[in-house]
Design a protein around this ligand. Structure first.
Ligand code: SF4
Ligand code: SF4
Length: 105
């Protein structure tokens, strides 16, 4: 009974956070699924550009977020992981054990 209730609450409080912007060249968003993210911080440690941070959200859960100063420049700050040509090496996604963080481009 309590297990079902906890699961129901988790479903109710889950959300998808989209950090980024759309401009004339495309959609540039980093997307965090709060149902999958437990705030472990592995993606934060893996990021070479200090783009990410773990925060406490409105539901008092730990979850990763994109630092405010990078929410309008992810296309550029993430370019070392995702060049416009050549192989990609998306360290935050590779570090995440649950697939909680994805990108729109
Ligand atoms: S793509 Fe690279 S620079 Fe951008 S948040 Fe992920 S690890 Fe950091
Ligand atoms: S590695 Fe995955 S689960 Fe851990 S904080 Fe980052 S997005 Fe969340």
């Amino acid at each position: 009974m309590f297990g079902w209730l906890l699961k129901k609450l988790a479903i109710t409080t889950g959300y998808i956070a989209n950090y980024g912007y759309t401009d004339g060249s495309g959609d540039w968003y980093i997307i965090v699924d709060s149902d999958k993210c437990d705030g472990c911080g592995k993606c934060v440690e893996a990021c070479p550009r200090n783009v990410l941070e773990v925060i406490t959200d409105d539901y008092d859960d730990l979850v990763v977020a994109i630092r405010k100063e990078h929410r309008k420049n992810v296309k550029y700050v993430c370019a070392p992981c995702k060049p416009t040509s050549g192989p990609r090496d998306i360290k935050c996604q590779q570090a995440c054990p649950t697939g909680a963080i994805t990108h729109s481009w």
